[in-house]
Design a protein around this ligand. Structure first.
Ligand code: KG4
Ligand code: ZN
Length: 333
């Protein structure tokens, strides 16, 4: 079965062709980062307009790179939410129009479930049950994945998402948007123990997270000492990254243990962070929990993960599907 996935929930216009929910035949991501960088974050109206211009050319490229035609596609899968409503609508309308023209079914996918099932496109992937940690620009959530259509929320952030914390700290330091990947790069040269930043709800029994205190601590640090340069900037980045990776990895392992889950899947843009990957692996091994890390291209937003999740939804006959699907900007799993 060939699935065409479409993703337009935020600032990447993406389309991909995936065979049998497992094999990426193409995976096209057109990033709008250059458009939004000037504003220091995603501007919703600019995102919608850019998706409108790009969505069909990106779909064409995905078909071309996969070496297939529209008529070969068996199922269309599209992100219906959560995300920016104007941005989502562009992808949803495109998917419905293409499905109608091709006379094939269309299924709506939750963006977070897409991030989790991205692991099925990796060489090695676990079957449920497993623990899923989704860490992105908009979400920081722990799920017990009991079955293909059975995800139970165990904890989430009460304020900023982990990626948002990276991006806001980067902004305070005058670094370009999106800041996560820049901090990751600078941190490689720094000392993670240089400054001790707060761990939010880190040592508390709850499985929820809080990152707003970290952002405030960095703000005070910068107010007091100015924006650091060179070696000191690297130390600050490494210390911030350590605070975030420490809490995320500790809670993910604890959640897996408390819920008797022996496998852990990392997902979302922040799952590309090198320190988080290393720490989750290290702590997972120590706790006897098998850790699955998707390659970095599958962590950040893409449409292959939407095709993979759509394939599972369709196979199980799950709604929403058909031409009545619509954008749902606040869709909770
Ligand atoms: O999943 P994603 O592409 O989009 C959302 O669904 O939000 O995640 C984007 C987030 C941004 O906040 C970005 O700064 C962060 O992922 N990110 C990283 C890294 N690469 C992307 N954060 C830390 N280290 C990275 N290497
Ligand atoms: Zn995402």
């Amino acid at each position: 079965m060939l699935v065409l996935g479409i993703e337009t929930s935020c600032d990447e216009t993406a389309a991909a062709v995936v065979r049998d929910g497992r094999e990426r035949l193409s995976d096209v991501v057109s990033s709008q980062v250059e458009i939004h960088r000037e504003w220091g974050g995603v501007v919703p109206e600019l995102a919608s307009r850019s998706h409108m211009r790009r969505v069909l050319p990106v779909v064409d490229r995905a078909l071309h790179e996969a070496g297939v035609e529209l008529a070969d596609i068996d199922l269309f899968a599209v992100t219906c939410g959560p995300g920016l409503v104007g941005a989502l609508l562009v992808g949803v309308q495109a998917a419905k129009a293409l499905a109608w023209a091709a006379g094939k079914p269309v299924v709506g996918v939750n963006h977070l479930e897409g991030h989790i099932w991205a692991i099925r496109l990796a060489e090695r992937h676990p079957e449920p049950p497993f623990l899923g940690l989704v860490v992105s620009g908009g979400h920081t959530s722990l799920y017990a994945v009991e079955g293909e259509g059975d995800l139970r929320l165990l904890g989430q952030t009460l304020d900023d998402a982990a990626g948002e914390a990276f991006d806001k700290v980067a902004k305070l330091l005058g670094l370009p948007y999106p800041g996560g990947v820049v901090i990751d790069r600078l941190a490689a040269e720094g000392d993670a123990e240089a400054i001790h930043f707060p761990r939010g709800l880190g040592r508390k029994p709850t499985l929820d997270f809080s990152f707003s205190g970290l952002k405030t601590a960095v703000l005070y640090h910068v107010k007091k000492n100015g924006i650091p340069q060179g070696r000191e900037l690297a130390d600050l980045c490494a210390s911030v990254q350590e605070a975030i990776a420490d809490v995320l990895s500790e809670k993910a392992i604890r959640a897996a243990r408390e819920h008797g889950l022996g496998r852990l899947v990392l997902a979302g843009g922040v799952a590309a962070n090198s320190r988080l990957r290393a720490l989750v692996k290290e702590r997972g091994e120590a706790a006897g929990i098998e850790v699955f890390l998707p390659p970095k291209s599958l962590c950040t937003d893409n449409a292959a993960m939407i095709a993979a999740a759509g394939y599972l939804r369709h196979r199980r006959g799950l709604a929403p599907s058909g031409l009545a699907i619509n954008a749902d900007p606040a869709w909770r799993l």
